[in-house]
Design a protein around this ligand. Structure first.
Ligand code: NDP
Length: 256
């Protein structure tokens, strides 16, 4: 994607969707000056694929973020990013880290509901909150009006199965904790969009499709490469009109 943004941060970027996003951003014709790839194990074995990618692209900076639910860990990541940015703001924050849960009405318990909510709802909200000063700085310094990912934006990776509007028929995959957490995450996105629009920060929710990753499993119909090509195109097209929208990887609007 040509010239999407000067600086981009992707959470959960050691595998799956996050890793492919970082890979395609780095390979784009006009790559970002800074690609901050956060990982729970930046220096260890779980971060190996990301370390190898970063070795080929000096603009990829591995950022340790031990847990998107843990405030000191997020604050440590903010500090590291701030140091790299040398006074500039952060243009684009992509809250990608998430966990799945297949629990049904029969098997679901409080612990699994709470654990899934922590990562999928509390995590993205806290990360957005802590990176807000850097996003505000980018929005202010952009020297342009209007909303876009190249100015300042928060993108939450959501899921179609979190759509309340689409959840009327037979439930093929009940996934109570996952569906409910993504519906709640969507409300966080809407609130952020309403609150931050006047500060020049665009917020939107993106559904990547059903993608072959550890979470999506091998049964998924779409490769992560194809989904990310679509998502990067959609991100480049976001504007005032799509601020606060719930879109899929092809740019189609989804019902909340
Ligand atoms: P994966 O399971 O392949 O990867 C999940 C990523 O999130 C990993 O990097 C993981 O890190 C990280 N992560 C999980 N929990 C935490 C945490 N508490 N703190 C920090 N990082 C964490 O999933 P996908 O790549 O498939 O999914 C990425 C996003 O896309 C998720 O938000 C998911 O809900 C969404 N999505 C995926 C779909 C699919 O079909 N794959 C469909 C719709 C939405 P670690 O390796 O350390 O565990």
């Amino acid at each position: 994607m040509a010239g999407l943004a000067r600086s981009v941060l992707v959470t959960g970027s050691n595998r799956g969707i996050g890793l492919e996003l970082v890979r395609q951003l780095a390979a784009s014709p006009q790559p970002p000056q800074h690609i901050f790839a956060t990982c729970r194990d930046a220096a260890g074995p779980r971060g190996k694929a990301l370390q190898e990618l970063a070795a080929q692209h000096p603009n990829i900076k591995l950022i340790q973020l031990a847990d998107t639910v843990d405030l000191p860990s997020i604050r440590g990541a903010v500090q590291a990013v701030e140091t790299h940015l040398e006074g500039q703001g952060l243009n684009l924050l992509i809250n990608n880290a998430g966990v799945g849960s297949q629990a049904t009405l029969q098997s679901v318990g409080a612990q699994e509901m709470l654990a899934t909510f922590a990562v999928n709802v509390v995590g993205p909200l806290q990360v957005a909150k802590e990176f807000l000063p850097l996003l505000e700085k980018a929005a202010k310094d952009a020297g342009t009006e209007g909303l876009s990912c190249s100015r300042a934006a928060i993108i939450n990776v959501s899921s179609k199965v979190g759509s309340i509007g689409l959840c009327l028929g037979v439930l093929e995959a009940p996934m109570y904790p996952y569906r409910a957490s993504k519906a709640a995450q969507n409300m966080v996105t809407r609130c952020l969009a309403a609150e931050l629009r006047d500060k020049g920060i665009l917020c939107a929710a993106i559904h990547p499709g059903w993608v072959k990753t550890d979470m999506g499993t091998e049964q998924a119909p779409m490769t992560v490469e194809r989904s990310m090509q679509g998502i990067l195109k959609v991100l480049g097209s976001l504007s005032q009109e799509t601020c606060g929208a719930f879109l899929d990887w092809e740019g189609n609007r989804l019902p909340w």
